[in-house]
Design a protein around this ligand. Structure first.
Ligand SMILES: Nc1ncnc2c1ncn2[C@@H]1O[C@H](COP(=O)(O)OP(=O)(O)OP(=O)(O)O)[C@@H](O)[C@H]1O
Ligand SMILES: Nc1ccn([C@H]2C[C@H](O)[C@@H](COP(=O)(O)O)O2)c(=O)n1
Ligand SMILES: [Mg+2]
Length: 208
């Protein structure tokens, strides 16, 4: 199977053209509700959900040679080198059999963003940005109860700092290109999803 981003298909003129998958980056601070809303989008709109954090945690638990490094980075709230994360994303995209992806929690810094663009030649269709106050995100993370090693107040503070210093500039990069769809994620789950649905529903299918 070819690498995502270099699948060759014939276009209407019969010449070889690249068939690129549709990618939506799903960004927002830790606990803003990215995973929760992605699960809803998958059900309604047929995307495959790929959470970079989930892929890294699975890689760590698989006994990979990068396991200890990944575990240490996650504990410190730091961003794992792009090479590792992009390989996991590419593999998951290839194995999915789908051509529409929600890439959740990636790109998390400028290095992630530039490397993904260079390696895959894929530009996101748009960037969904879940905007939420730190106070609310902290409350959610401390009551998530999924046994995540990074859901403790010390690591949460580090993750907030990395989000402000490294991830927000990525969102600003896409904002300046008109690609960001910002959602007030501080509301109840159902209300947030109403706003999400409006973004994913094609204009000609919206109620008058
Ligand atoms: N709108 C909401 N209102 C209240 N609680 C929410 C809302 N959205 C998600 N939650 C809850 O908050 C917690 C964090 O949500 P979720 O895991 O979706 O966030 P995330 O952005 O994926 O976080 P992370 O970046 O840490 O993976 C979960 O326990 C989830 O059930
Ligand atoms: N692009 C990414 C995404 C995630 N990580 C690491 C560091 C994060 O704190 C952790 C958890 O991610 P989440 O599940 O909260 O999205 O995973 C990374 O290094 N690079
Ligand atoms: Mg998540």
């Amino acid at each position: 199977m070819g690498t995502v981003g270099d699948a060759a298909n014939k276009d209407t003129n019969g010449s070889l053209a690249e068939k690129k998958p549709t990618v939506v980056f799903v960004l927002g601070g830790p606990g803003s509700g990215k995973g929760t809303q992605c699960a809803n989008i998958v059900q309604h709109f047929g995307f495959t959900h790929l959470s970079a954090g989930d892929l890294l945690r699975a890689e760590q638990k698989s006994g990979s040679e990068n396991g200890t490094m990944i575990q240490n980075m996650i504990k410190e709230g730091k961003i794992v080198p792009s090479e590792v994360t992009i390989k996991l994303l590419q593999k998951a995209m290839e194995e999915s059999g789908n051509d529409k992806f929600l890439i959740d929690g990636f790109p998390r810094n400028e290095e992630n963003r530039a490397a993904f663009e260079t390696v895959t030649q894929i530009e996101p269709a748009f960037v969904l940005f879940f905007d939420c106050s730190e106070e609310e995100m902290e409350r959610r993370l401390l009551s998530r109860n999924e046994g995540r090693e990074d859901d403790n107040i010390e690591t949460i503070r580090k993750r907030f700092k990395v989000f402000l210093e490294s991830s927000l500039p990525v969102i600003q990069h896409y904002e300046s290109r008109g690609k960001v769809r910002k959602i007030d994620a501080g509301r109840p789950i159902e209300e947030v999803f109403e706003s999400v649905k409006a973004i994913f529903t094609p204009k000609n299918e919206k109620a008058e």
